[in-house]
Design a protein around this ligand. Structure first.
Ligand code: 3HC
Ligand code: NAI
Length: 706
């Protein structure tokens, strides 16, 4: 982590008889080796200093401490280890108080747990998010927290990675006091003085008694074990967290610490930790597009949305939820009424689940206006078009926007595939035009592809990133091509799945193999959810330009011809006799597949699940490499984040290109060359993949080049 100040990593200052130790490693005071060394030395010297009667730990600037330095994971460990520093804090013979502002997360909270008293400022957030990085709290957290607040609450925190606010932490007994001061130093000094005045001495968390009632604790552990088996299938660190807490219940504190260390190191070495840490940093790197460094965003308060269908309504909800003023435009009154209904439905569903009050819904909808008159967009800072996927329809909408919108308004299209350069070129202000590709449901899905046409101004791109931040979306910068990053790659691995289906694997087996890998749904379940009609229309549109040499599997067309579009029609690849949740295998679909195989002259063969995965991933990785090679994605990590946040790629595998690095690029290339023996056109190795293998490099080597 870069050091931005000349101050020492831990600053010591005596305030009368209280020694204040300030963690100073901006921006989050992560516990790098320098901080650990300095903290240990400061604690030791306080022990020998008769002027010191108590110690106060605080963090410099906004935060107390964001935990271990994540950049050190996977590097050679440098002493002192954090557990040793934490132990020295708890062992102090003089009382130690931690005063928390901003966050105390992971190792940061573990330091606070080793302190003898904890004060949090109102607004502070406390948590043990290690599980989100494939880890467990490894500096005593799994042993101290259950002793302090009981197994159930401790497990809930450690398994979710959730952050508590100061008031919740007080209620749970995690902190002793919530301070109203606006600085941790002031609140902490006041608390420490009171403590000394009333003779409050050392009080060690390891001696806390919340685990004493064995039966309740054991029941909590069992309940957590069942929940993890269902919800975190295949993940290592949640299981290890439970095991560590069980050890806290059954064994002495020191033995528990040893077991925690063993489990922590196992997690640290796991590919899941590598994948999750990659995802953490990649999520921050995607924010750093060239334009966000070079230009300032334009103001962004009023948003227009044209089209109130599936996407437009979802986008409007996302913007309303972010506190923006929204104007919805539709082509006529009935469509406008339907659009407003689509928006209201989202809030009504929340009300019926008890997650929103009617008053809150009304307050939100006060920021919505609806019209069929484009003139009402004249004050909008940004307009997002979400009408039918048809170039002429979109260009007509944009011509209206060109006519009515104020100078400097950002004009965006939510198109999935169409050429945004063509839209831009049809206007008098092409530099204001950009693609904002949301994913369905747009108020829920985190991914936002920011599609950058040739003539767009840098500040328009910066404004799109600012919008993503307001909407709490994960933005990924993409270049213009058919399908941008995500849908372009999707089209290719979907074909690989279709080929396997025609060659002998059932759609159900393929879906199962991909669920086993960690996708929440397989590709045929996704097709049924999205609706087969959209893809069918696209295939018909592209039929004339399709390469006649390319293999074309017709099974999906056979289903669509029967009107089997998936969940919305009650059948697709699956049968939905009792509604969308009741998917069952359909013998008639299998019969159609058999007929198609015969028509294509294919003798079906058996596929193993590993082979299905190998082919599916090879197709995804190869097209991912093409997308990077052509500059459609800035770096491999942009492909990874696109797939994690838009396509259900299992986060613990780090995204398709991180997975490829772990699998080994020479092996990916060998797989592709093996498959190419049957179908050289489909399995043409990406030039980038070939180059990387020749140079002995991996995708990650390209992640640091922008
Ligand atoms: N180590 C190293 N770098 C860190 C870091 C950490 N623990 N936490 C944040 N950073 C870096 C980010 O990568 C980012 O770097 P960049 O500017 O170069 O991109 C910078 O600090 C600022 O981070 P954010 O953009 O995320 O800043 P926010 O203010 O939005 O959020 C935060 C701050 C809530 C602390 C958030 O960064 C966060 O959640 N950090 C991770 C916290 C965490 O998981 N801690 C547990 C670590 S594991 C551990 O402690 C193991 C222990 O049990 C032994
Ligand atoms: P939809 O058919 O649900 O909604 C389109 C809406 O646009 C309709 O309500 C229609 O009345 C309205 N409309 C049509 N012409 C109009 C005009 N001239 N002026 C104002 N309103 C007009 O379509 P959907 O699914 O919402 O898709 C919209 C766009 O979003 C398309 O470009 C699509 O490719 C894209 N998209 C769709 C995704 C999806 O999963 N459905 C995902 C991401 C992008």
């Amino acid at each position: 982590m870069s050091r931005e100040t000349a101050l020492p990593p831990v600053e010591s200052a005596l305030h009368e008889n209280i020694l204040v130790l300030t963690l100073n490693n901006p921006p989050v005071n992560a516990l790098s080796v320098e901080v650990r060394c300095a903290l240990l030395a400061a604690i030791d010297s306080a022990a020998d200093n008769p002027a010191v009667e108590a110690l106060l730990l605080v963090g410099a600037e906004r935060h107390f401490c964001g935990g271990a330095d994540i950049r050190e994971f996977g590097q050679t460990p440098q002493p002192p280890a954090l557990p040793d520093v934490v132990k020295r804090i708890e062992d102090s013979a003089k009382p130690v108080v931690a005063a928390i502002q901003g966050v105390a997360l992971g190792g940061g909270l573990e330091i606070a747990l080793a302190a003898h008293y904890r004060v949090a400022l109102s607004g502070a957030r406390l948590g043990l998010p290690e599980v989100l990085l494939g880890l467990l709290p490894g500096a005593g957290g799994t042993q101290r927290l259950p002793r302090l607040i009981g197994a159930q609450a401790a497990l809930e925190l450690m398994l979710s990675g959730r952050q508590l606010n100061a008031e919740e932490a007080l209620k749970l007994g995690l902190v002793d006091h919530v301070g109203e001061a606006d600085q941790a130093l002031i609140a902490g000094l006041a608390y420490s003085r009171q403590l000394l005045a009333k003779g409050g001495g050392v009080r060690r968390t390891r001696d806390a008694q919340a685990l004493s009632e064995q039966e309740t604790q054991r029941a909590a552990i069992e309940a957590a074990r069942q929940q993890v088996a269902q919800k975190s299938r295949g993940l290592l660190s949640p299981q290890h967290i439970i095991q560590a807490v069980e050890t806290a219940l059954d064994h002495a504190f020191e033995d528990g610490l040893r077991e925690e260390r063993r489990l922590f190191l196992e997690c640290l070495d796991s590919p899941q930790r590598t994948g999750l840490v990659h995802a953490f940093f990649a999520e921050r790197e995607v924010l750093k597009a060239p334009e966000t460094r070079a230009a300032m965003p334009r103001p962004l308060d009023q948003v227009g949305v044209v089209g109130g269908g599936t996407m437009g309504a979802g986008i409007a909800v996302a913007a309303l939820d972010a506190g923006l003023l929204v104007t919805l435009i539709e082509r006529d009154q009935p469509a406008l009424a339907r659009g407003c209904e689509n928006i209201e439905k989202v809030y009504d569903a929340l009300i019926s689940k008890g997650r929103l009050s009617a008053a809150e819904k009304n307050a939100t909808l006060e920021r919505l206006s609806a019209s069929t008159d484009y003139q009402t967009l004249d004050q909008a800072d940004l307009v997002i078009e979400a009408v039918f996927e048809d170039m002429a329809a979109k260009q007509a909408v944009f011509a209206e926007l060109d006519r009515v919108c104020k100078a400097g308004a950002v004009l965006a299209s939510n198109t999935s595939y169409l050429d945004i350069n063509l839209i831009a070129d049809s206007l008098s202000r092409p530099s204001d035009v950009i693609g904002l590709h949301f994913f369905s449901p747009a108020n829920i899905m985190k991914l936002l592809e920011i599609v950058v046409p040739d003539k767009v101004a840098p500040e328009v791109v910066a404004t799109a990133f600012a919008l993503a931040k307001k909407l709490r979306k994960v933005p990924v910068r993409a270049g213009v091509c058919d399908g941008f990053i995500g849908n372009r790659i999707l089209a290719v691995y979907r074909q690989a799945a279709d080929h396997m289906m025609e060659d002998g694997a059932s759609p159900y087996q393929i879906d199962q193999a991909l669920r086993d890998f960690g996708f929440p749904m397989g590709p045929f379940q996704v097709a049924d959810l999205a609706g087969g009609d959209i893809g069918w229309a696209t295939r018909q549109r592209k039929a004339a330009t399709r390469d006649p040499r390319a293999r074309y599997v017709q099974i999906a067309d056979r289903l669509c011809e029967r009107g089997w579009f998936g969940q919305k029609t009650g059948r697709g690849y699956y049968l939905y006799a009792q509604g969308p949740r009741s998917a069952s295998q359909d013998p008639e679909v299998l019969a159609i597949i058999d007929t198609e195989r015969a028509r294509a002259g294919i003798t079906p063969r058996v596929f193993s699940n590993p082979e299905i995965l190998r082919r599916y991933m090879a197709a995804m990785i190869n097209e991912g490499a093409n997308v990077v090679h052509e500059g459609i994605a800035l770096r491999p990590l942009d492909v990874d984040i696109t797939f994690i946040h838009g396509y259900g790629f299992p986060r613990h595998r780090g995204g398709p290109l991180k997975y490829a690095d772990q699998y080994g690029l020479p092996q990916v290339l060998a797989d592709i060359r093996e498959f190419a023996e049957e179908d050289p056109l489909f399995w043409t190795a990406s030039p980038l993949l070939v180059q990387l293998v020749e140079r002995g490099e991996n995708f990650d080597s390209l992640n640091h080049s922008h």
